[in-house]
Design a protein around this ligand. Sequence first.
Ligand SMILES: *[C@@H]1O[C@H](CO)[C@@H](O)[C@H](O)[C@H]1NC(C)=O
Ligand SMILES: *[C@@H]1O[C@H](CO)[C@@H](O)[C@H](O)[C@H]1NC(C)=O
Ligand SMILES: *[C@@H]1O[C@H](CO)[C@@H](O)[C@H](O)[C@H]1NC(C)=O
Ligand SMILES: *[C@@H]1O[C@H](CO)[C@@H](O)[C@H](O)[C@H]1NC(C)=O
Ligand SMILES: *[C@@H]1O[C@H](CO)[C@@H](O)[C@H](O)[C@H]1NC(C)=O
Ligand SMILES: *[C@@H]1O[C@H](CO)[C@@H](O)[C@H](O)[C@H]1NC(C)=O
Ligand SMILES: *[C@@H]1O[C@H](CO)[C@@H](O)[C@H](O)[C@H]1NC(C)=O
Ligand SMILES: *[C@@H]1O[C@H](CO)[C@@H](O)[C@H](O)[C@H]1NC(C)=O
Ligand SMILES: *[C@@H]1O[C@H](CO)[C@@H](O)[C@H](O)[C@H]1NC(C)=O
Ligand SMILES: *[C@@H]1O[C@H](CO)[C@@H](O)[C@H](O)[C@H]1NC(C)=O
Length: 477
Amino acid sequence: MDTNTSSYTPLPSGTPATPRRPLKGFAVIFASVIFLMSLVALIINQGPPQQDGHHHKKQSASTASSETMSYSRLPRGIAQGVSAKSNPSFSDEASYNWTNAMFSWQRTAFHFQPERNWMNDPNGPMFYKGWYHLFYQYNPDSAVWGNITWGHAVSIDLIHWLYLPLAMVPDRWFDANGVWTGSSTILPDGQIVILYTGSTNESVQVQNLAYPANLSDPLLLHWVKYSGNPVLTPPPGIGSTDFRDPTTAWIGPDGLWRITLGSKVNKTGISIVYTTANFIDYELLEGVLHAVPGTGMWECVDFYPVSINGSKGLETSVNGPGVKHVLKASLDDKKMDYYAIGTYFVENNTWIPDDPKIDVGIGLKYDYGRYYASKTFYDQNKERRILLGWINETDTETDDLEKGWSSLQTIPRSVLFDNATGTHLLQWPVEEIEDLRLNSTEFSDVLVEAGTVVPLDIGTATQVCLRICNLCYIPFS
Ligand SMILES: *[C@@H]1O[C@H](CO)[C@@H](O)[C@H](O)[C@H]1NC(C)=O
Ligand SMILES: *[C@@H]1O[C@H](CO)[C@@H](O)[C@H](O)[C@H]1NC(C)=O
Ligand SMILES: *[C@@H]1O[C@H](CO)[C@@H](O)[C@H](O)[C@H]1NC(C)=O
Ligand SMILES: *[C@@H]1O[C@H](CO)[C@@H](O)[C@H](O)[C@H]1NC(C)=O
Ligand SMILES: *[C@@H]1O[C@H](CO)[C@@H](O)[C@H](O)[C@H]1NC(C)=O
Ligand SMILES: *[C@@H]1O[C@H](CO)[C@@H](O)[C@H](O)[C@H]1NC(C)=O
Ligand SMILES: *[C@@H]1O[C@H](CO)[C@@H](O)[C@H](O)[C@H]1NC(C)=O
Ligand SMILES: *[C@@H]1O[C@H](CO)[C@@H](O)[C@H](O)[C@H]1NC(C)=O
Ligand SMILES: *[C@@H]1O[C@H](CO)[C@@H](O)[C@H](O)[C@H]1NC(C)=O
Ligand SMILES: *[C@@H]1O[C@H](CO)[C@@H](O)[C@H](O)[C@H]1NC(C)=O
């Protein structure tokens, strides 16, 4: 990872290269402050996503707010087997008296979010013909979870996004209750397949196949749902609402594609693997890729190789010497994304963690804030693996209805194996984020005495980097 810190926190010139002898009680503190102008992300607005179905009505924030009472208690989604933003402990609290001005400054400048309404998991990210594609779980009707469709946006730099029309809406019996989370796979012959979970007209979770109508279209505007859907239904022993979120496929030495999905058996979180030659017919492999007792339902499983000695990301099918595999599960019970690093044995369909003490769901998290349902993809454009995750902000559903929107995506991060620890991943915002930095101001020789406040004129800063050096002591006898 190219983490040249000087591009973030340049030291003032004249900083001694080697620390001098510290002298008690007398310190000159350097603070270098960098700030960004508040650059409103150039999001080209192509108008609200259009729904061609007759059954969706637009619901504005103001009409929604009159319905807040009916929303205040029941978390939508959880009852139907997917995560949903809701905190029952807040449900009795009166809403804060928001003003429109507050709502507008709360919208993000740099992170992806739809123009309005509810968003959750990132779906099917990929790089295709010059564009990064992001799909996302989206409710076109309201700022709360429901009527889930696939929103669609593209970008050339993973920072500035262009909204496109909805990619898929719940218009068939096999996804009538929602076009839920899925992944894309770019095949060696240039075909693209998407596998996604549909919640059927009877609320059974099934896996469906979709593909672009026109591969010559770099924007991949139109998607076709395979007429023989669903391609997978819950196998014996798996609950009808515990079967979701297929991964990007990888190819094994037998020439068959493999995907994994999350599920649970009692309180044991599991990931199961299917093989397929054509993405239509599948065979469930015996056993599980991995299971961890006590972790509950695994959602949004992600499974990908990392190089233990390289600085590049790996394409999803790569395996062999010098490669480890990351297994990530989003724990439905805890609403946290846990990962572990281990070895993938394709021959017996097993993944074994390097350290069972930090296994999936009991060890490391991608992020210790509000972060869920993440997914990576291999960016063949820059030979890196990129991680996207859903951030659910802390306010209530009632407030979301007043705001008219809910949730955002993280700044995409590149992910590498950390060969310094051998146990962790390194994450860093994609290098393109540097393009947002327009202006910086450095303050040096700022003395901060205990208990004092030192005002700095940094204008309308959106980022402050502070480096405090106490190695510049003035020696005297
Ligand atoms: C979903 O769509 C239906 C039909 O348009 C609408 O009545 C309902 O309010 C929507 N639900 C949510 C949560 O947006
Ligand atoms: C979203 O937010 C609520 C509370 O604001 C929280 O209880 C819930 O666990 C969050 N969900 C996710 C998926 O992060
Ligand atoms: C919001 O406004 C209402 C009506 O003006 C007032 O009764 C209430 O106390 C206010 N709530 C808060 C949290 O300020
Ligand atoms: C769901 O759709 C299937 C396939 O069209 C149909 O056979 C079934 O009766 C439907 N179920 C309900 C409850 O409408
Ligand atoms: C497919 O997309 C290409 C590029 O946008 C366009 O020129 C062509 O007309 C499209 N074909 C169809 C059948 O829509
Ligand atoms: C799940 O729990 C039930 C009830 O405790 C038990 O009968 C069953 O054997 C368990 N299933 C597995 C696969 O452990
Ligand atoms: C450790 O990883 C870095 C890239 O992150 C790479 O440049 C370096 O060669 C690796 N070191 C070893 C010993 O593999
Ligand atoms: C990483 O290690 C593997 C196995 O030792 C080796 O084949 C490969 O060339 C190495 N790659 C790099 C970038 O050093
Ligand atoms: C799979 O193979 C690996 C390597 O031979 C072995 O360590 C592991 O125990 C095997 N797993 C199962 C479930 O047989
Ligand atoms: C950069 O910041 C300085 C200090 O706040 C300000 O005077 C200057 O106008 C800024 N330049 C630009 C291009 O925004």
